[in-house]
Ligand binder design. Structure first.
Ligand code: GCU
Length: 671
């Protein structure tokens, strides 16, 4: 804990005097989250006070930290006072009395409370508090896109910590470390294999391996889930069909599910990507997506499992048809099935209608399902956002979606309330993030990217939290309490997403990257003339997708009336989504007064200039950050400075050559 450098006076003198000499863990079973909480407290407090507290399992009245569930406390220590009714996974933290109380609604909650207490102390916060904290939603999952051969789809932090050469690795040390990280940000389930799933994950040896992985996650309160391949009964099981209504197929899945739950009785459930990007699905047999989801839902239901069914379903399209629009796919596929999904099915919806772009409107599907549980899907791995070679703190982008009000029935309908199940009274709901950590010691590939993982966990627990406040907690926990370090990393990080948007894709045109394969580096030409539907429709005079009802694809009509009306009208569409909703001339004037093309030119220069300052800002911290991390981050920022110029010039030159319109500041085309 970096704050050990601080004087006692700065920390609050009584903080030091209150070193608890005992840690009372109310569960003595080693693999229990409460036991783990006790060990974390012992290690953490030693880091803070330099002395070890004793762990006991008997209630002590003074100079102790008690950790356990409310029920365990009642049984072992007696009546609980002041503790409000807690929700599942919630906790109560009271540092005011003789004894510090950390009480969870369940064991997982107790562990979260222990991390909360340690996080306070590590940030130099010794104030006396007494409060309850409850999750916004029950589903706080992460997805790993790990393949069985050890490669990770869209992973930038090295090979898988789970799989190698078609099997589960022997040494699960890194898995335990990942479990600890995830528990500290209150993640309660992890899907360990790629959504583009390999059916061989289901062979007996691998299921034994999955059980070993689940055993490692369990003490941290984290359940394991699996991605399924819809065609597995045929391609792997040898049946003649994978029709979800066929009796032999149902029996096959039933048998697999039993085999899994025999080994992992608390398996979280299944994640399903079907009928999308070449993946098999129910459409082969003219079955509905609901029939497909319910097939699995019925199997896991007796075990308390759930099915996360992805809304990322779309077909290849034809750009010569003006009304073809991939953004419409999710609503078209799912809206009419509302109410047909079993109660333990959750539709997992990417935050925007396309694919984790630098700027998108919220997916309209959030406002089209009223009798179906939903979760929002976010991406920590920076697939379209610089792939960990660019500093991009993504939480402010997520907040534009979570805080958006979709005005269903003219009522406040924040996306964060919809996915939490609060707006339409659903029991299930929450979020999932594609994380893709690997064996790299930085986990994601670069140190600063970890702010995104930390922020994801915080927002999954409380989506109303402020992106900058979250960031600052992360900075203090990661780099210590130095004021200059805090201010500098805060500034760089908060400037990073706007800068990235400026040099990679403005006005809602999407990230102008190579969309065909790498999703990395500038390639504005790759967006169009293919069936993927991430089009810009740029020609010599005009650009943008006309998604209006009156003259375009009709996508804007998928939103509730007030929002639809705002996007339908070019005058009320915010500049930052103009080209998402409208097709305009390059000379069209924005609300800002600039023309579209001049905005492009200026923004690309401005974004690259901001990125260049990151290096100097970081270098001002020389001597305040350990050498290893200082140099590692410096290397990436140096690279980002250059690459943002590559982005700037590639995109500006592309549109200059296409439109022939000169840059008012005579920069573009004058190199
Ligand atoms: C993106 C990504 C794919 C991934 C897909 C998904 O298109 O590039 O690698 O499989 O999303 O979310 O299923």
């Amino acid at each position: 804990f970096a704050f050990l450098g601080l004087s006692a006076a700065e920390n609050g003198l009584d903080g030091w005097l209150r070193l608890p000499s005992n840690i009372v863990t109310l569960n003595a079973t080693e693999a229990s989250p409460v036991y783990v909480a006790g060990t974390e407290l012992q290690n953490g407090l030693k880091g803070v006070y330099g002395k070890s507290a004793q762990i006991t399992h008997k209630c002590k009245t003074s100079s102790s930290v008690v950790v356990g569930t409310v029920d365990q406390y009642r049984e072992i220590c007696g009546a609980v006072k002041d503790v409000p009714e807690l929700e599942e996974d919630g906790f109560w933290l009271n540092t005011k009395g003789q004894t510090i109380q950390i009480l969870g609604q369940n064991e997982r909650g107790a562990l979260y409370g222990a991390f909360e207490y340690l996080s306070m102390l590590a940030q130099g916060n010794f104030s006396k508090v007494a409060y309850a904290s409850n999750p916004s939603a029950p589903i706080r999952w992460v997805n790993q896109w790990d393949n069985m051969d050890g490669r990770i789809e869209r992973g930038y932090g090295g090979p898988s910590i789970f799989f190698k050469d078609g099997q589960i690795v022997d040494d699960l040390t890194r898995v335990a470390e990942y479990a600890r990280l995830l528990a500290s940000i209150r993640i309660n389930a992890v899907v360990i294999n790629n959504v583009n799933a390999d059916a061989a994950t289901l062979n007996a040896t691998n299921l034994d391996g999955v059980a070993r992985i689940a055993d490692v996650f369990r003490p941290y309160g984290i359940q394991v889930g699996l991605s399924l391949n819809f065609a597995a009964p045929q391609t792997y099981g040898g049946l003649s069909t994978f029709d979800p209504l066929d009796a032999s197929v149902i029996e096959w899945w039933s048998n697999i599910t039993t085999q899994i739950y025999d080994r992992v009785p608390d398996m979280a459930g299944y994640l399903v990507k079907a009928d999308s990007e070449g993946q098999p699905g129910p459409q082969t047999y003219n079955r509905t997506l609901a029939e497909a989801a319910n097939l699995f839902a019925k199997e896991v239901q007796p075990y308390g499992g759930i099915v996360m069914y992805r809304a990322f379903v779309y077909n290849q399209l034809n750009e010569s048809i003006w009304t073809d629009d991939r953004a419409k796919a999710a609503v078209e596929f799912f809206k009419d099935l509302d109410g047909e999904f079993d109660d333990n099915v959750v539709i997992q919806i990417k935050f925007g209608p396309i694919d984790f772009q630098v700027r998108e409107p919220p997916s309209p599907l959030f406002a089209n399902l009223f009798n179906t549980s939903m979760a929002i899907e976010l991406q920590v791995t920076q697939e379209y956002l610089g792939q960990q070679s660019h500093l991009v703190y993504v939480a402010p982008l997520w907040k534009t979606i979570l805080d958006a009000d979709l005005r269903v029935d003219q009522q406040p309908s924040l996306v964060r309330d919809i996915v939490a199940g609060k707006r339409f009274n659903r029991k299930l709901g929450g979020s999932a993030a594609v994380v893709n950590v690997g064996t790299n010691t930085t986990w994601l590939g670069s140190h600063l990217s970890m702010s995104n993982l930390y922020a994801y966990g915080r927002l999954a627990w409380n989506p109303a939290d402020d992106a900058q406040d979250i960031l600052q907690d992360w900075i203090r926990l990661t780099f210590g309490l130095d004021r200059k370090v805090l201010d500098t990393i805060t500034r760089m990080s908060m400037e990073s997403w706007p800068a990235y948007e400026q040099y990679s894709g403005n006005l809602g045109i999407q990230t102008l990257t190579d969309i065909l394969y790498t999703h990395y580096g500038p390639n504005p030409a790759s967006q169009d003339n293919n069936g993927w539907g991430q089009w810009t429709r740029a020609d010599q005079t005009s650009i943008g997708m006309d998604r209006t009802v009156s003259n375009g694809t009709g996508f804007s009509g998928q939103y509730p009336d007030e929002i639809a009306a705002m996007y339908e009208d070019i005058n009320t569409t915010p500049d930052d989504l103009l080209l998402w909703f409208h097709h305009v001339n390059y000379t069209h004037r924005l609300q800002s007064g600039k023309t579209v093309i001049q905005h492009f030119y200026d923004a690309h220069y401005s974004g690259a200039e901001t990125a260049e300052t990151f290096l100097a800002q970081w270098e001002s911290l020389h001597g305040k950050i350990d050498t290893e991390r200082y140099n590692h981050v410096r290397h990436f920022l140096d690279y980002q400075t250059g690459h943002s110029i590559v982005w700037r010039d590639a995109i500006n030159n592309f549109y200059y050559n296409l439109s022939g319109i000169p840059d008012e500041a005579t920069r573009v085309g004058h190199h």
